[in-house]
Design a protein around this ligand. Structure first.
Ligand code: H2B
Length: 96
């Protein structure tokens, strides 16, 4: 399935709305590192995100070590950023 990429202005608005997120150097993804008190808190967060991801059929790229979760959001079906990444980033913020 082909998904529409965000326009330049949509990307600018998104980054203004989500100051903790950064555009990846190639402009095709947004990234954020989350830090939690310990592994249990990090895993609880990842569980919430995993349930969201299955429901939304949109999945994060992520890397976890102990209390740190490094997240990259991009839409493979769009070869870049889409509204699905924006929705997932907002959902992640809501899980904190
Ligand atoms: N996750 C992400 N990040 N990008 C996608 O394009 C994507 C996905 N596509 N999860 C979904 C699954 C697609 O592969 C299935 C078939 O709907």
């Amino acid at each position: 399935m082909t998904v529409a990429r965000l326009t330049d202005s949509e990307r600018v608005s998104l980054l203004a709305e989500l100051p903790e997120w950064q555009l990846r150097e190639d402009g095709l993804a947004i990234v954020r590192t989350f830090r939690f008190a310990d592994f249990s808190e990090a895993w609880a967060f990842m569980n919430r995100v995993a349930l969201y991801a299955e429901k939304a059929d949109h999945h994060p790229e992520w890397f976890n070590v102990y209390n740190r979760v490094e997240v990259t959001l991009t839409t493979h079906d769009a070869d870049g950023l889409s509204a699905r990444d924006a929705a997932m980033a907002r959902a992640m913020e809501g899980f904190l």
